[in-house]
Ligand binder design. Sequence first.
Ligand SMILES: Nc1ncnc2c1ncn2[C@@H]1O[C@H](COP(=O)(O)OP(=O)(O)O)[C@@H](O)[C@H]1O
Ligand SMILES: [Mg+2]
Length: 278
Amino acid sequence: MKTISILNLKGGVAKTFTAANMAYELWRRGYKVLMLDNDKQGNLSKAYGMYDAENVAPMTRLLGGGWERAEQLISHTTYRGIDIITANMSLFGATWNLTKEEDGNQAERYKRLRDADVKWGHGWAVVGSLPIEQAYDFCIVDNPPDIGLNVVNALAITDEVIVPIKIDEWALEGLDVLEEQIEDVRAFNPSLKIRGILATSYQNTDGESAGLEWLEGKLKEKAGRGAYSKEFILWTIRYSRRVAESSFLSKPIYEYSPCCGAAQDYKKFVTAYTEKAR
Ligand SMILES: Nc1ncnc2c1ncn2[C@@H]1O[C@H](COP(=O)(O)OP(=O)(O)O)[C@@H](O)[C@H]1O
Ligand SMILES: [Mg+2]
């Protein structure tokens, strides 16, 4: 299983939209995907119609350690092969409580999940149990726009970070803080790398294309150095009115509007990422 964290300290840069659509595109290529909704706002859970405001959320239990079996945490979405651990506001309290604990393993709460077994089968027929690491090909983590302990926990199990950004004069603001944080986590998770930056809601205006070119120059120096992967990619996801107009999409964009720029670009991005077309 490869774990990918979608990360940026800013809100509104399409983190959740990227997580939802990357998971879907991976699934369309036949991969089994586990999504972790690591944001108390629960937008990824909402995007898959899995939001539950009432009960203590499974992500909260995962962070707090109050669980025995992975089946207590994982829900199946309507797409067989895309599963999710959902979040809601209760994740806020759990994150806060963890900062007050002193037992030394505050950053390893999600590790326990990766090593846990999960029942596996076809439909209701349980065939056996498998470690999560083998039951899924990809784990996609949607993060909040901050670096709380829940994000540190996510980074502790992450292989690759994808950073969605919006191209404006502040596009790189916060990136140095993010790099620093990733360097810190690399002390106990050396495989952690920044794999890509996605310029989202991209419009090919003079201003944005100049911004993109500038960004390209900036990032060229970084590939293969420090926290940046050798296979680092910069990719653009076009702005699509179909996305912007609907206040909430409860379907992957490829199902809602397959021909629009955003749907096509996520598709191409995941093809480039996996080297597997669909
Ligand atoms: N390619 C796109 N074209 C148009 N609007 C987009 C695109 N990607 C994201 N959006 C819109 O941007 C807003 C913020 O996206 P979201 O994924 O919630 O950001 P974040 O999780 O970073 O806060 C949403 O309203 C979403 O519909
Ligand atoms: Mg979000």
